[in-house]
Write a protein that binds this ligand. Structure first.
Ligand code: BGC
Length: 255
């Protein structure tokens, strides 16, 4: 079964049809730049471009880099603040004329990793952290997601953790891998103190360069693994969420 996934990120908006049986993209993804300012109308226009590039007419899952409850975006740390309390799902569904499911970006990436990547078969507490423009988190236990956990906004050394340990912080402060890894280590130790996971999955674009920083991270009890779907996890997870929604809707109808 194929469903379309779109990942809205700080720099790019990318999407592709997803082969849900295999957890892989069904075609090469199409990427456009995130508009600045990243207002709802401007971003929605780019999402439309991505979906229309494939002439897609089925259900669509969309990730958002903030809290999303019942399709409404609640926070906007790294996008325009006019997203707060917007009915993102309704707005996108109207614009695309398609059924749309919106969820947090890290929750989407985590969902994909639990089924098709580094979290497969893990039943204990697993925490995926995406290190990018911000830090996103997805917490699972018994394979089930606790949505919208927002662990990137925990305090670390008097700052929000994402201002210290995101890859944006690494770039902005021109930190070397070793120096940055120390900060990530401190952050992981803090999250471990709170939640004692059996596994941390490190996602985001930087997961491709795991060999540059993971070896510097010491003293964490939990296993630490790079995400396996790398930068496609958000797209795959978004499509999974849309498919899941479709299934529930059908079940409700039959009942
Ligand atoms: C947001 C999260 C998001 C993360 C990664 C954070 O600033 O609050 O909701 O998952 O960035 O985009």
């Amino acid at each position: 079964m194929n469903v379309f996934g779109v990942d809205i990120g700080g720099t790019g908006i990318k999407g592709a049809p997803v082969d849900l049986d295999r957890g892989r993209l069904g075609a090469e993804r199409h990427k456009v730049l995130t508009p600045h300012p990243a207002t709802p109308d401007a971003v929605a226009g780019r999402v439309k471009e991505v979906v229309e590039h494939f002439g897609w007419s089925g259900p669509v899952g969309v990730t958002f880099p903030g809290v999303v409850t019942d399709g409404t975006t609640r926070t906007a740390a790294n996008v325009d603040e006019s997203w707060v309390d917007r009915d993102a799902e309704g707005m996108l569904a109207d614009l695309l004329g398609l059924s749309v499911t919106v969820l947090n970006d890290a929750d989407a990436a985590g969902t994909a990793e639990m089924s098709f990547g580094a979290g497969r078969g893990r039943t204990g507490t697993v925490i995926l952290l995406t290190l990018g423009t911000g830090i996103g988190s997805a917490v699972f236990t018994g394979g089930r997601l606790v949505p919208n956990t927002e662990l990137g906004h925990l305090e670390l050394d008097g700052h929000e953790a994402e201002q210290r340990a995101s890859t944006k912080a690494k770039e902005d402060e021109d930190l070397g891998w070793h120096h940055w890894a120390r900060r990530v280590e401190k952050y992981l130790a803090h999250v471990e103190m709170l939640l004692s996971p059996e596994l941390f999955i490190i996602g985001g674009g930087v997961s491709r360069k795991a060999d540059k920083f993971l070896p510097h991270i010491k003293g964490i009890r939990a296993a630490i693994e790079p995400a396996q779907l790398q930068n496609n996890a958000g797209i795959v997870g978004a499509a999974m969420a849309a498919a899941d929604r479709g299934m529930h809707a059908r079940t409700a109808y039959v009942a």
